[in-house]
Design a protein around this ligand. Structure first.
Ligand code: DGL
Length: 338
């Protein structure tokens, strides 16, 4: 009941959701993680996003004993929420682009959904789109560069304004009168969008609806925090604590101190060679090991991705592989971003 709520995103965008949660549930303690070393998620491998989501959820559970998890990231929700729900015994609340209210609001009959490429390409989003496609014309648009601009603390720069206009202007010309912000970073650009779009156009965000769903779930489980004083907040990041704190304070106009995540949550890469004919079987065996590692091929090199906390278990598993696998380890290092 007094336990905190965990919230995570690839970076600082999820703080827009944290603000909505704080406004609705001011007595709850909140723990936020910005997975800044891995931001943006919007163009990363699905397997990496799943692994990061599991690592961050494990940290929040094991270290902070959270009573609920908010995946304050549309991309991570699209890729990983079903896996988190299978693994965790607590309520897991995800984001979903608000297409339903948008098709109800539009008068021109043209709606735009702005989100990351990964969100728009996901199966989860395709299903959502299919269920509303007949009610309005729905244009989808990945907004390349928006997340990066926000992570640099640039909400109002000329460069950011130009980047916003690049995507939004052509949609106005297409007759869009309702914009759905399907990425938790994008509400930070709402003032710039508003300047371009004027007051008549609708801009729909999802944070408040997510906060309400969270409230509903906590109430149903009788675990709302009964304390009368304001909840405490703490902030963690896989990136550089000082830099992330500075950017968060610039973006949100209040002091937030981000602490670095403990080292066991680092991502370790093992590069290896394996004959082509053995690769599929190897991957199938690994998949049965529930999040121990995943295989990625980068620039023609086979890689195993895992975390510091799993590395010993992974090495033990590799040792137990049948002798017929001619797996040859080339090198091992900590991933520091692409
Ligand atoms: N804020 C996230 C989202 O809602 C992630 C954006 C990114 O890292 O690309 O999709």
């Amino acid at each position: 009941m007094n336990n905190p709520i965990g919230i995570f995103d690839s970076g600082l965008g999820g703080l827009t959701v944290l603000e909505d949660v704080q406004a609705l549930l001011p007595h709850e303690d909140l723990i936020y993680i910005a997975d800044s070393t891995f931001a943006p998620y919007g163009n990363k491998d699905s397997a990496l996003i799943v692994q990061r989501a599991c690592v961050l959820a494990d940290f929040l559970l094991q270290t902070h004993h959270i009573k609920a998890l908010v995946v304050a990231c549309n991309t991570a929700t699209a890729e990983a929420v079903h896996i988190l729900r299978e693994r965790l015994q607590i309520p897991v609340i995800g984001m979903e682009p608000a297409i339903k209210p948008a098709v109800a609001l539009t008068q021109s009959g043209v709606v735009a959904v702005l989100a990351t490429a990964n969100t728009l390409q996901s199966d989860k989003f395709s299903k959502l789109l299919d269920s509303h496609q007949h009610q309005a014309r729905i244009i989808t648009q990945p907004c390349v560069g928006w997340v990066e601009a926000i992570e640099r603390g640039e909400r109002h720069s000329d460069c950011t304004k130009a980047l916003v206009a690049k995507y939004v202007q052509p949609m106005l010309e297409e007759g869009v009168d309702t914009f759905v912000l399907g990425c938790t970073h994008y509400p930070l650009l709402e003032p710039v969008m508003r300047d371009l779009l004027g007051e008549q156009v609708h801009i729909i965000t999802t944070g408040r609806a997510v906060a309400k769903r969270l409230q509903h779930q906590l109430a149903a489980q009788h675990v709302l925090n009964p304390q009368r004083e304001d909840g405490k907040q703490s902030f963690w990041t896989s990136g550089d604590g000082k830099q992330v704190s500075r950017m968060a304070s610039v973006l949100f106009q209040r002091e937030m101190v981000f602490k670095p995540l403990p080292q066991q949550h680092e991502t370790i890469i093992i590069e290896f060679e394996l004959e082509k004919k053995q690769q599929l079987l190897f991957q199938a065996l690994l998949q049965g090991e529930d999040g121990l590692a995943f295989v990625r091929c980068m620039h023609g090199v086979q890689q195993l991705w895992t975390t510091s906390s799993q590395i010993d278990a992974l090495k033990d598993w590799l040792k137990c592989l049948p002798k017929s696998f001619n797996l040859c380890i080339l090198q091992e290092y900590v991933w520091t971003g692409e």
